[in-house]
Design a binder for this molecule. Structure first.
Ligand SMILES: Nc1ncnc2c1ncn2[C@@H]1O[C@H](COP(=O)(O)OP(=O)(O)OP(=O)(O)O)[C@@H](O)[C@H]1O
Ligand SMILES: [Mg+2]
Length: 150
């Protein structure tokens, strides 16, 4: 398992930009961690790395928002989602087939996304740094995430 620590919001953005370099069409990234862990900030870094011009912000009330970058980026937050059937109805993996799908609270819907996905678990440490754990699934298991670890 790969891990990284970021000591500031700027470092979290930079880590997101680094992950973006590994992403291509059809990739799914699930973001997990409690309220305020840094899921949105990390997603914003991925958005920057993928050339999205506007800042990715919390998509809370609309569930998912589409952005245009080098690839289309769909940024979802399933915190307020009622049921897994509701998630399946959204059909996000299909909608993001030609781009990248980022899902906050994504661990909750892991069973409803393709097996090929990267789970990123973010933990707030005692000194307010953020500990990132990259948990690969499917094709991600073979990928070298060495560049992301610190
Ligand atoms: N090292 C760090 N990495 C990320 N965020 C940090 C860090 N240190 C402090 N913060 C702060 O923590 C907050 C993270 O907020 P963010 O909205 O990204 O979290 P979130 O996990 O998306 O929350 P929510 O569950 O509400 O969607 C920001 O206010 C940010 O400035
Ligand atoms: Mg958020």
């Amino acid at each position: 398992m790969s891990e990284a620590t970021t000591a500031s919001p700027a470092e979290t953005l930079a880590l997101g930009r680094h992950l973006a370099a590994l992403l291509g069409a059809g990739d799914v990234v699930l973001l997990a961690g409690r309220l305020g862990a840094g899921k949105t900030l990390f997603a914003a870094g991925i958005g920057e790395g993928l050339g999205v011009e506007e800042q990715l912000t919390s998509p809370s009330f609309i569930l998912a928002r589409a952005h245009e970058g080098l690839l289309p980026v769909i940024h979802a937050d399933v915190y307020r989602l009622g049921t897994s059937a509701e998630f399946e109805d959204l059909d996000l993996p299909e909608q993001a087939r030609e781009g990248v799908l980022l899902i906050e609270w994504g661990d909750v819907v892991a069973h409803g996304v393709p097996e090929d996905h990267l789970l990123v678990e973010i933990e707030i440490t005692a000194d307010e740094s953020r500990r990132f754990r990259f948990v690969p699934s499917g094709k991600w298991e073979g990928k070298d995430l060495g560049g992301l670890t610190q």
